[in-house]
Design a protein around this ligand. Structure first.
Ligand code: NAD
Ligand code: SER
Length: 313
């Protein structure tokens, strides 16, 4: 097998930190180069190479890919749903041009693989709410969702037309304790754990009964690695795969936390993020990912709650 050299773009973010550490375990510290616009996350310090990089600067990105003999890129730089609604032009620009820069360089330099995540945000108010299937009505209503859906088709296009082996997952809301979330609608499900431990109370920006698809970070990292390691002939979806972990509402996660911290209290003050949440499905059907490359989540709500609280303490 040819030696892989991996560039992670957006490595200082919520997923980037954990994915970089997981990739370093598999491919060796020196073979996974972390990069970001902002400074290196402290958890990555001393664990391997880091370069400061703006994915929008295609020339510099191309130079790094050639100079470092990069064979794979994991592109995680993006603006998420809630931040995207505050600055739609910037979100569109970064989420689209960043991806096109990476796909072009992957084609020119014949990279072996590219990873780029999509999101459950591709689905909109007209998509089925329960067990939303892989292929269905998709009419996103946020700029983030529009950019992810367009991005999925660019991935498919570069695969069909130029043979770029680009793979993608539609992540649900991701919950983690190592690095902070970056401005999404599902961030409440992380804030709530910090508030429960620090103040024993939390004011939620979504209503009590807002169900959303969610996943614990260890499952998301494993899904990413399993997808990327799957033989090419097992990948039937070249837009982006639905994957599911769990589905819960704010009142359900609060009840799960109360099993561990009985005097924890939750109150509700919905803001503009409620409209975004209302436009998304409540749960996801990931049968195609299961059939193609065997995807199965390990964490349910209570198992995740226990693990989050133990680790945050
Ligand atoms: P994040 O905001 O935590 O991290 C993104 C990182 O990209 C940040 O460290 C940021 O500094 C960096 N970045 C921004 N602009 C850049 C640029 N021009 N050049 C280089 N780096 C830049 O986001 P995340 O939660 O880690 O998400 C990573 C990817 O996964 C995104 O594509 C996101 O849409 C997708 N996703 C995340 C979730 C989730 O719940 N976290 C769910 C679905 C999909
Ligand atoms: N967690 C992400 C968000 O809320 C979903 O892509 O934006």
């Amino acid at each position: 097998m040819a030696k892989e050299k991996i560039l992670v773009i957006g490595a200082s973010g919520q997923i980037g930190v954990e994915l970089t550490m997981a990739l370093r375990k598999i491919y060796g510290n020196q073979n996974v180069i972390a990069s970001d616009l902002r400074e290196q996350n402290s958890l990555l310090e001393g664990t391997g190479p880091y370069v400061s990089l703006d994915v929008m600067n295609k020339e510099m990105l191309h130079v790094q890919v050639i100079r470092q003999n990069i064979t794979q890129i994991y592109l995680l730089a993006a603006i998420l749903s809630a931040t995207g609604e505050k600055n739609p032009n910037l979100a569109w620009h970064l989420n689209m041009q960043g991806l096109l820069n990476v796909l072009d360089i992957a084609r020119e330099e014949k990279l072996s693989k590219v990873y780029w995540p999509s999101s459950i945000a591709v689905f909109g108010p007209t998509s089925p709410k329960l067990n939303c299937p892989q292929q269905t009505i998709i009419e996103p209503s946020t700029v983030y969702g529009i950019s992810k859906y367009a991005g999925e088709f660019w991935c498919n296009y570069y695969h069909q037309r130029y043979g770029v082996d680009v793979r993608s997952l539609r992540y649900p809301g991701l919950i983690s304790y190592k690095s902070a979330p970056g401005g999404g609608t599902t961030d409440y499900a992380i804030e709530i754990f910090h508030a429960a431990l620090e103040e024993k109370k939390y004011k939620c920006f979504l209503e009590a009964d807002t169900y959303l698809p969610m996943m614990y970070m260890p499952d998301a990292i494993r899904a990413t690695l399993e997808l990327m390691e799957a033989p090419s002939n097992k990948i039937s979806i070249r837009t982006s795969y639905n994957i599911a972990g769990m589905s819960f509402s704010p009142e359900e996660i609060a009840a799960s936390i109360q099993q561990e911290i009985p005097d924890f209290e939750i109150s509700y003050k919905p803001d503009s993020r409620q409209n975004i949440a209302n436009s998304w499905p409540q749960s996801i059907d990931d049968t195609v990912a299961y059939n193609d490359w065997g995807w199965k989540p390990e964490f349910d709500l209570d198992k995740m709650t226990k693990d989050m609280l133990v680790n945050l303490k």
